[in-house]
Design a protein around this ligand. Structure first.
Ligand SMILES: *[C@@H]1O[C@H](CO)[C@@H](O)[C@H](O)[C@H]1NC(C)=O
Ligand SMILES: *[C@@H]1O[C@H](CO)[C@@H](O)[C@H](O)[C@H]1NC(C)=O
Ligand SMILES: *[C@@H]1O[C@H](CO)[C@@H](O)[C@H](O)[C@H]1NC(C)=O
Ligand SMILES: *[C@@H]1O[C@H](CO)[C@@H](O)[C@H](O)[C@H]1NC(C)=O
Length: 474
């Protein structure tokens, strides 16, 4: 067995549909103070809170990889420094203090697999690998949890996803619908039976290190591969997030809502992943139904909604005046003007890579293209945008190449304002959905390539800022 394609994205947070947080996020606040919405503002916490999740093509587990356990792992460690040290034999000296690592998650936690009992009460074991994985994520989250107002938080999430899809199996539903046979003329990579496997993942637990024997810090590593035949001497993985129909755990304390939030981060791309790498600054994900109601886990009517700015300059605009099928029905200008895609003199075609519609939408305007019905547990909708002056007004890249290899920058993105300007499908006459974003991601999806591709990047300073005062519910 081998593998042909994988996605490498750094997933930053994961707090499913946010129903438990929704009451905190209100429309129409008029505040001046902004506060961080995440547990580790700017990534400056000396303690480590990182988890890794792996998915198959439709954001499920399917089958666990041999001897790997359920594909959820965590490294959560606290740096414990004391000036009163006599007994801390294994510590490092730091300004007269000694430090040690307190691990919150051990090997027996990380190796839990479907069917295993959890060592503490409150977590249910399942033999179904899909259900077990979400429960393991909650369990690991409980070990890593940092209590904080208004909500606790758990970890940064690294996501990896297998891009292979075996059309001979019925492991993935079609727009959320169980099907007995998959009939589609879409092409997906698959080398044969077993191509949708989960990865081998290895873990170097956080250890103490120091700069010049002075400033002490924690460092650790996850690495792995989807190639089950690989001999892992070297291999690094980082990963992505998106449509998932179970409650998860992450770094967010509050979920940001359009139009009022900002994302700040430093992105340094060292290797881009080749021409078919869709590198996202950022990918934001949410879920609401076509009638505007929030999602409730019913995969037949829930729709995951993504907006992604792709900054790989090799990515072209599929939305063109002569190819309206890949354009959203209309564009909203920075001043709020609605421009139909058939207004060829005004529509900013080059601001879009592509738009595709949810497969369960009933009132689509011709011409339309349906998003891949298999790669999420439910229908999905995608608005993929490109660097352009239309978006640069919100701090996003203005032209292709901005922020790409050799152009590391610290971005302050008005994601709230941009995301409130995007077209998303709703049934006619329904109340507009609240755009509450449960996942914000940086990283790439690498599509099929004749040769191996490598992407490498670092993310630092990540923060999400939201209004401090939330008004009472309208
Ligand atoms: C690992 O941690 C769990 C939960 O804290 C605990 O129940 C278990 O005994 C630990 N196992 C080992 C081998 O330390
Ligand atoms: C799917 O089934 C067809 C027909 O039996 C076979 O030719 C093909 O190799 C199978 N594909 C995979 C990925 O197993
Ligand atoms: C994997 O690679 C290491 C280092 O090259 C080698 O020592 C080891 O025997 C290899 N293992 C397998 C199973 O091939
Ligand atoms: C452009 O699209 C809008 C909305 O679909 C439609 O009402 C209008 O008739 C179209 N105009 C032309 C010239 O096709």
């Amino acid at each position: 067995m081998g593998f042909s394609c994988w996605f490498l994205v750094l997933g930053l947070l994961q707090q499913f549909f946010g129903l438990n947080c929704a009451q905190l996020l209100m429309h129409g606040e008029s505040t001046t103070n902004y506060v961080s919405a995440i547990g580790d503002p700017g990534m400056e916490n000396p303690n480590v809170r990182v988890a890794l999740e792996a998915w198959n093509f439709c954001n499920e587990v399917g089958f666990e990889a041999p001897n790997m356990g359920s594909p959820r792992w965590a490294d959560c460690a606290d740096l414990d420094c004391s000036s009163n040290t006599g007994h801390l034999g294994d510590g490092l000296v730091n300004d007269g203090r000694q430090c040690r690592v307190l691990h919150q998650v051990n090997d027996s936690d990380n190796s839990l697999r479907a069917g295993d009992k959890f060592p503490i009460m409150g977590f249910e074991s399942y033999t179904d690998p899909d259900l077990f994985a979400k429960e393991k994520e909650l369990y690991l989250g409980s070990l890593c949890e940092v209590p904080e107002s208004p909500n606790p938080w758990q970890f940064w999430m690294i996501m990896v996803k297998n891009g292979n899809f075996d059309k001979n199996t019925t492991l993935c539903p079609e727009n959320g619908q169980k099907v007995s046979k998959i009939v589609t003329d879409r092409n997906f990579p698959c080398f044969g039976e077993g191509c949708m496997n989960q990865p081998l993942v290895y873990h170097k637990y956080s250890i103490l290190d120091s700069f010049d024997g002075q400033k002490v810090y924690l460092t650790g590593e996850f690495y792995g591969t989807y190639d089950l035949d690989a001999n892992l001497s070297e291999d690094a993985t980082d990963g992505f997030n998106g449509g998932y129909h179970y409650n998860g755990r992450g770094i967010m304390k509050k979920l940001p809502e359009s139009p009022n939030f900002l994302v700040r981060l430093t992105l340094d791309i060292k290797l881009g992943g080749g021409p078919n790498s869709q590198f996202y600054l950022l990918d934001i994900g949410s879920c609401w139904k076509n009638n505007g109601e929030p999602c409730d886990g019913d995969v037949l009517t829930d729709v995951t909604r993504y907006s992604e700015m792709i900054i790989n300059p090799a990515t072209t605009s599929w939305c063109r005046a002569d190819n309206l099928v890949f354009c959203p029905p209309y564009h909203i200008s920075p001043t709020g003007k609605m421009i139909y895609r058939n207004e060829t003199a005004q529509f900013p075609y080059s601001a879009y890579h592509l738009y595709c519609s949810p497969g369960n939408a009933k009132y689509l305007e011709e011409p339309y293209d349906i998003c891949d019905p298999y790669s999420n547990p439910q229908s999905q909708e995608l608005v993929q945008i490109l660097p352009h002056p239309e978006w640069a007004v919100h701090g996003y890249p203005e032209k292709q190449g901005d922020g790409w290899i050799g152009d590391s920058r610290t971005w302050e993105l008005d994601v709230g304002a941009l995301s409130s300007r995007l077209y998303f499908y709703q049934d006619p006459g329904t109340k507009p959905a609240r755009r509450i974003w449960s996942s914000l991601n940086v990283g790439t999806e690498i599509y099929v390539s004749p040769t191996g591709e490598t992407a490498e990047w670092t993310v630092s300073d990540f923060d999400v800022v939201v209004p401090e005062v939330m008004k009472t519910k309208p």
